[in-house]
Every structure is written in structure tokens, then in C-alpha cells.
Design a protein around this ligand. Structure first.
Ligand code: CDT
Length: 610
């Protein structure tokens, strides 16, 4: 019977100091690879940022010095790193490792790759998604910093599983990578689990004692703190492996760097039942190795964690729509105001000091971002671009119109069909969730806006109207970059409808359809947008409104094209901020006129409503 067993190894690396020459570190890696190969390893995992010390702990202002910590060009062939890949090919042993990547685009990532020795190909690249720590260092000079948010962009390649040839005889194992902090996020494991992953590879640099970073007790015993860090590390590796029925291999950069920065060891190989199969005994260079029979993943994948049978995704929407915590509403205003119950109610986590003068925390504002077309990727990108602009008490929740809504709104027919589909799904949702306000993310005088204003009393606005308010606030004349020629004509009518005609310097189409913005090469989209924006400025626009929810991501490029004197307005951000202001004012939709509910009259006519 063909074997499904693969011999996997973690190459743990001990202290690597700031002053260590790269050559010395590379030689250690070569020695580890030789050692693993001599023990029959088929795959060897090296740690996160393996070629140097963990430089994100230092504040590095000098651009040349910073550049020297990164790998430039093809890591498999460039002088500093090629010998490791040459050795892997010579030994026929696959390697996976982490490194600081200076991409050709000029962007910098904390990355890892899987290198297939027999073909000499990089089978997969991963860029770290969860960047821990801070942008600015702590004020306390004794604190251990982790400035990953300063030096790296969050990864843009997702959690992509991949198949590896030439390993187990009976199959091509499915592997996936994550890097250090990612292992603490259940979401990262599940994304790989949902692709049937059988081996998760994860390199890490985890401080043993860093109370500022972890928010823990600064007076704690460093040895005890290290034990806790080790416990959390194993906890997440074992939990992630078990709940996704996968093997995992993790490799530490550990020991004491520069004589003062301790990093935990604990490199290990975990089985799909969550059991540790092999584990490092030191905090030095060491190979951890185990035979992993991939067929052992079947038990979990087909029974307890048979995702297809047991997962209930209809109840998981919070996981992708919400980033921060939204607590349930306080049971009553009186209890939340009462100093004696502050922070002590079972439903409350607020730890306010018990002062009679304390003002109650503001009620969280929950805004529904409604995309009336049926393209979820567009909703997701609006959500991702807008979430970082939110005040702490505001959360944004995404809704995408269900089919038969059209996938783009480019005509009156699309407008009406999308409004009907979205409206039917939205009313029960709003009944359940009671959002504070609704933003309709279609740049038009969309029918859904008026429909919702009729049936809801929370504030509702569309991104076009919100853009025009913002544009009029910021300049005397505005212009709009439209998608297609037809949309541009529609915008002329809508601007008139909104009473803003006198302030409009012009509307220019960028010649791309709504889906073209998503699907055409980025360069082409940016170029077309920039040209249209420049034409508007030529026609006297002081503010340029981006005329489609799908344009949110190009704001920076348009700003670059129009120069520092011209403002660019993204309707989704403008709409959210506008609604936040109106909600804070206690604003409700007026019901005495056009926006009175039409449901009552319909019922009087004996007609079912929707
Ligand atoms: N390298 C890395 O991601 N380290 C982090 C440090 C803790 S951040 C609170 C980790 O998760 O281990």
C-alpha cells in the first residue's frame, strides 16, 4: 500500500544578534539543513525573518540601514541567500522560510515561501497578514518594541493552500503557511482548514518577556512570563491543528538576542488530534523532526470537523463584517449610569471609575453599509478601506444584495431590480439588527435610498448625495469621475435632482464599467481615473468626487494626479462620517411628508407589502 507519511522538520534557530554578519547566520542555516537531511527530512521549515535578527524590535530611521535588513530581488538567487536554495536542490529537500521582503513595487512585507527542491520552483509565497505591535515605539526606553506596523504592509496574498508534489506516495499533500502572530488567529487557521490543509507551516519570533507588548504585568517574574508565552504558543498550535484536523510544524527564532531580548523556543510538530509529536529541548539551533502520516487527518476532517456537514455559516457573518467588539446593549440606562453597577454587571465590561460625575459611555453606533449590487468582493473592499477611518465607538456592517440583484448597477433597469432585491432582504435584517443608520453604496440617486427612508426612521443616505455634501463643504466647484458614459449622463440628472447643478464643474467618464474597475489591470484603471480627474480640474473642479463605490481604493492615485490644491472625496468614507454626525445629533428621518411609510397605504389597499 502506498505510504502517505512525510518526514517533516523544524529548523529552530537560537540567538541571532544585531551585529551578526549575514554570512554567519546563513552558515548556521546550511548546517541545520544538512543535519535535517541526514536524518531523512523531506521538508525543513526555518523561522520567521530567518536570515537576520528580528530587526522590527529596533527603531531604525536610517533608510539605508533599514533596506539592509530586507531581501531584494529573487530570494532564491540573490547573493545573500542563494546558497541555502542551492543546498536544498543538491540535497533534494524542500525548504520553507521567512524573510523580510522588499518587493519590486517598493512595498515591504514580512513574507515566507515554500521552495520545491526537485524542480527549483517557489511553489507558494505568503505575506504575513496579522502584523502585531505598533507603528511608534513605546515611551519607556526599557520596553521591547515590535514595530512591524512601521516596517511592513499587511500581506496581500491571503491564506492560500497549495499542493506539494514528490512527497507522500499516495497524494500531493496540501500545505499552507502562516507567520508567527497569525497562529494566534483562529480565522487564519480556518481559511487554510477550509482548503483541506494537511500541513501548516509557521515560523515565529516570540518575546519571552515583553510586558508592554502583551499588556501584562511589568513586575512579573521574567521566567514565569516566558512559561506563559510558551503555554500560549503551544495552546494555539495545538488548538489550530485539532480544530482543522491538520499537522502543523512551527520553527522558533529563540534564545537571547543582543544579550537582552529573550525569545521563546518551543519549536514543535503537532498532529491533527492536537498532540505534540516532537518538540525542541533547547533554545539553540536544533532540528525537531517527526514522521507525519497524512492519512491521520482524515478522522477529524470526516467526522468531528466535517465542515460541509456541520458548519453554520449563516450565523458567522460577524466574523467577516466586524473587526472590533460590539457589546450587547446595556440592560437599562439606569444600571449603566449607576456608579454602583459600573463595570460589575455581568453583561458589562466597562471598567469606569465609580464616580458620581462619570458620564455614560456613548452608545455604539452601528452603520449598515449596503451594497445594492450582488458583487460581494466590492462590498468587502469598501468595508476594508473604510474600517480604518472609523471612530472607536462606530462599527460598520456589510450587506450585499442577494440575487436576483444585478452584479453591477449601470442602468435604470439595474437600479430598480437591485433596489427591489436589496429592499426585500434589508427590511427583515434591520428588524433584527436595528442598525443606527444605513449607507447605500451606489453612486447614484438610487431608488433604494428613498424606499428605505420611507420604511425606516434611522438616517439613510447614498454615497453620491454624501459626496456632494462633502464636496460642497470643501470647495466651491466639484467634478465627478464617472464609470461609463451612460453613468455620466445619469449623474448630470442626479446632480440636478440633488440641487447641486450650479456648483458642478463637470462630470467625466473614465470609460470603464463598474466591474472593469475590479477586473481590469490596476495600471489601466489608475491611468483612466487620473486622466478623467485631470480633465475635471481643467474644467474648474476644486474637489473631485469618485463616482462609484468601486473607486474607493484609487483615492491616493487620483490625489497624486490632481495635485495638492485639489481635494478628492470617496463617497463611502464621506457617507459613513456624515451618518455618524447625524446619528450623534439624534437625527431621525422625518415622517410627515415624502418619507412617510408607504406600508400603511399599501395595507389599506389590501396589498401584501413586499
Ligand atoms: N513576530 C511576531 O509576530 N511576534 C508576536 C509577538 C507578540 S505581539 C503581542 C507573536 O505573536 O508571537
Amino acid at each position: 500500500m502506498p505510504s502517505s507519511t512525510v518526514r517533516l522538520a523544524a529548523a529552530q534557530m537560537g540567538a541571532t544578534h544585531r551585529s551578526d554578519p549575514r554570512k554567519k547566520t546563513l552558515e548556521r542555516m546550511l548546517e541545520l539543513l544538512n543535519d535535517a537531511a541526514s536524518q531523512g527530512a523531506e521538508v525543513v521549515l526555518f523561522p520567521e525573518i530567518a536570515f537576520t535578527t528580528f530587526f522590527p524590535r529596533y527603531l531604525i530611521d536610517d533608510a539605508d540601514e533599514l533596506a539592509s535588513w530586507f531581501e531584494h530581488g529573487d530570494v532564491t538567487t540573490s547573493g545573500n541567500t542563494a546558497p541555502l536554495f542551492d543546498k536544498a536542490r543538491q540535497l533534494g529537500v524542500d525548504i520553507s522560510l521567512g524573510f523580510a521582503e522588499a518587493a519590486e513595487s517598493g512595498e515591504r512585507f514580512n513574507s515566507s515561501i515554500y521552495y520545491h527542491a526537485k524542480s527549483g520552483n517557489v511553489l507558494s509565497k505568503y505575506r504575513k497578514i496579522h502584523l502585531p505591535g505598533d507603528f511608534e515605539p513605546f515611551d519607556d526606553p526599557e520596553a521591547v518594541n515590535q514595530l512591524e506596523k512601521r516596517y511592513f504592509k499587511p500581506g496581500d496574498l491571503g491564506f492560500q493552500a497549495f499542493r506539494v508534489p514528490d512527497l507522500a506516495e499516495s497524494s500531493e499533500p496540501i500545505m499552507g503557511m502562516m507567520i508567527c502572530n497569525d497562529r494566534r488567529w483562529t480565522e487564519a487557521w480556518r481559511c487554510l482548514g477550509l482548503q483541506g490543509v494537511e500541513v501548516v507551516l509557521c515560523g515565529y519570533n516570540t518575546p519571552g518577556f515583553a510586558p508592554h507588548l502583551f499588556g501584562s504585568d511589568k513586575n512579573a517574574d521574567p521566567k514565569q512570563a516566558e512559561q506563559t508565552a510558551l503555554f500560549h504558543h503551544k495552546l494555539v498550535m495545538q488548538h489550530g491543528s485539532y480544530t482543522n484536523a491538520t499537522f502543523s510544524v512551527c520553527a522558533a527564532r529563540c534564545g537571547v538576542d543582543d544579550g537582552k531580548y529573550s525569545l521563546i523556543g518551543g519549536s514543535c510538530i503537532v498532529g491533527p488530534e492536537g498532540d505534540i509529536l516532537a518538540e525542541a529541548k533547547t533554545v539553540e539551533d536544533e532540528i525537531v523532526i517527526a514522521d507525519c502520516d497524512l492519512s491521520a487527518c482524515r478522522q477529524g476532517k470526516t467526522r468531528t470537523f466535517d465542515f460541509a456537514r456541520h458548519r453554520r455559516v449563516e450565523h458567522y457573518s460577524r466574523i467577516v463584517e466586524q473587526t472590533g467588539i460590539i457589546e450587547p446593549p446595556e440592560l437599562s440606562d439606569t444600571t449603566s449610569h449607576s456608579p454602583s453597577t459600573n463595570g460589575s454587571h455581568p453583561n458589562s465590561n466597562h471598567q469606569l471609575p465609580p464616580s458620581p460625575a462619570a458620564t455614560p459611555p456613548p452608545k455604539p453606533i452601528r452603520i449598515l453599509l449596503c451594497n445594492p449590487n450582488a458583487t460581494p468582493s466590492m462590498t468587502a473592499s469598501c468595508l476594508a478601506l473604510t474600517t480604518p477611518t472609523l471612530p472607536p465607538d462606530v462599527s460598520l456592517h456589510a450587506f450585499t444584495a442577494p440575487p436576483p440583484a444585478p452584479t453591477a448597477i449601470e442602468s435604470s433597469t439595474d437600479n430598480v431590480l437591485s433596489a427591489a432585491a436589496a429592499f426585500r432582504a434589508l427590511l427583515p435584517l434591520q428588524n433584527r439588527e436595528n442598525y443606527s443608520a444605513v449607507l447605500v453604496a451606489c453612486f447614484s440617486d438610487h431608488a433604494l435610498i428613498r424606499m428605505l427612508r420611507e420604511e425606516l426612521d434611522v438616517p439613510v443616505i447614498g454615497i453620491m448625495e454624501a459626496s456632494l455634501f462633502a464636496a460642497r463643504t470643501l470647495g466651491a466647484r466639484f467634478g465627478i469621475v464617472a464609470t461609463s458614459h451612460r453613468s455620466a449622463i445619469g449623474h448630470v440628472d442626479a446632480v440636478r435632482q440633488y440641487g447641486m447643478e450650479a456648483f458642478c464643474a463637470g462630470i467625466e467618464s473614465c470609460g470603464l464599467g463598474v466591474l472593469g474597475l475590479e477586473r481590469k489591470p490596476r495600471e489601466e484603471v489608475l491611468g483612466a481615473m487620473q486622466d478623467a480627474a485631470r480633465r475635471l480640474v481643467g474644467r474648474g473642479a476644486e474637489v473631485v468626487a469618485l463616482g462609484c463605490a468601486g473607486m474607493s481604493g484609487v483615492k491616493g492615485a487620483v490625489e497624486e494626479a490632481v495635485g495638492a490644491e485639489v481635494r478628492v472625496v470617496d463617497g463611502v468614507v464621506a457617507g459613513v462620517q456624515h451618518l455618524v454626525g447625524v446619528v450623534r445629533m439624534g437625527g431621525r428621518t422625518a415622517k410627515g411628508g415624502l418619507f412617510a411609510s408607504s406600508a400603511v397605504v399599501r395595507r389599506a389597499r389590501g396589498q401584501g407589502y413586499i
